[in-house]
Write a protein that binds this ligand. Sequence first.
Ligand SMILES: C[S@@+](CC[C@H](N)C(=O)[O-])C[C@H]1O[C@@H](n2cnc3c(N)ncnc32)[C@H](O)[C@@H]1O
Length: 308
Amino acid sequence: MDPKIKSAYLAPEGLLEPLLKEVDGIVSVHDRLILSSKPFIDAHWAQNIWENPITLSIDSINDAAKKLKGIQRNWCLYSFTLHRRAKLIEEKLNSSKPRPTPFPSPLPTQGTGSWCLLDENTLLASSDCSSPFPNGEPFFIEDKKGPPNRAYLKLYEALTLAGKTPKAGEFCIDIGGSPGGWAWVIQKCGADVLSVDRSPLDEKISRLKGVSFEKRDAFSLLPEEFEKEGKKVDWFFSDVICYPEKLYDWLAVWIDSGICKNFICTIKFKGEPEPEIIKKFAAIENSKVVHLFHNKNELTFIKPGNVR
Ligand SMILES: C[S@@+](CC[C@H](N)C(=O)[O-])C[C@H]1O[C@@H](n2cnc3c(N)ncnc32)[C@H](O)[C@@H]1O
């Protein structure tokens, strides 16, 4: 394929458009995979970025598997063409199948490479991918009984990427916390949590030890309240539904106060996302703004005290 592919971006299901706006040098688009002639950028809307892909000529299924195995052990296929041939190569690769992991678990240490067939005799492969999960899809062992909704999976994913979790003895605030999926995760980690929302928590969550609740407007909650009482806040979680600009201004007050080091917030968009506001979040020191597999039309801002 001409010109040379220097990066590739896998879009989340149903969210190709915002990624197309972020990526330059687009050569072609294959379902959810964007191929670019420019070096990779940290695209916020990518589910996985193939950072330095190489193009390999192959003359058979065996040859393809041999060449990939010669690079590394674990590979994940993104198939958009010649599905049968791709599947046969995949079978020969015999990569370990991803299994649902318990939470918390450390990030996988062995990276998974990504590959696809471009045509019958050419494949594109990258052993340098942004996501530690195959095709950017983490799977956790689900809990159908404890949490009141599936929002807990989003926090599982964010905390796994942050590389740390709230601990016993820590105090967390959980803004826009109802019905309590996130509060359930935080409590399960052993920390105390104050959830704030205009709607009540699910009863089974509000009864959990270490969970408290205040019914009030999220944006009236300011660091002074805690400073006055000499109370530390270890984690600031927000899943509140609001305009990104409003979240940014309020979050900035909390970050500037220095009262809290760890932040995880969803940035929700109504319709088309606004790149300018995303840039403002991304410019906050020691933070990252990513699209989680469990996010819909939203991004997640992660600023753990220890981010690289
Ligand atoms: C996506 S839900 C949160 C789900 C929650 N993280 C969980 O795990 O169950 C968003 C919440 O934001 C709350 N909300 C929206 N605007 C708010 C405001 N100004 N003040 C407080 N809560 C608000 C809504 O009531 C809703 O419960």
